[in-house]
Design a protein around this ligand. Structure first.
Ligand code: FES
Length: 141
């Protein structure tokens, strides 16, 4: 099965993120550091409708982190990811803007998968592990 956003992931080793039981349904997210287009960035993974979804922790409106407390991304009804700065809301299933100043934008998805009680994220050419000792080979350009 091909995961959305995993088109360039095959050349890079999966990164272990956490245990499955650390991600409660519509609960607190797990944060992790990445290098996105050679710049340090934060990302997050959470469980929604039973699936693990992961995105760059960066609002489409202004490139700032979304969470209103570390790891807290969902609104009061636990239905949308909400930006703590100006209240843009995003559909957790696909990262698309659902309201507010994010317009037609969507969050940058990071492919994630769950296997044998563990959650992994899949680095790509553009989004790589922050720890260079676990990074895959540099892409040939
Ligand atoms: S910075 Fe996120 S809505 Fe403005």
């Amino acid at each position: 099965m091909t995961l959305p956003g995993a088109d360039t992931a095959a050349a890079f080793a999966q990164e272990r993120l956490c245990s499955s039981n650390e991600l409660a349904e519509k609960g607190k997210a797990v944060l992790f550091d990445v290098v996105h287009f050679r710049e340090p960035a934060r990302a997050f993974a959470l469980r929604f409708d039973g699936r693990v979804v992961a995105y760059l922790n960066r609002c489409v409106h202004v490139p700032t982190e979304l969470d209103w407390l570390p790891g807290e991304f969902l609104d009061g009804d636990h239905e949308f990811i909400i930006c703590s700065i100006h209240g843009a809301t995003y559909d957790p299933r696909n990262g698309r803007c659902a309201g507010g100043p994010c317009g037609q934008g969507k969050l940058t998805r990071i492919a994630a998968e769950e296997r044998d009680g563990l959650v992994y994220w899949l680095p790509t050419r553009d989004t790589r592990p922050a720890d260079p000792t676990t990074a895959g080979p540099l892409p040939v350009v």
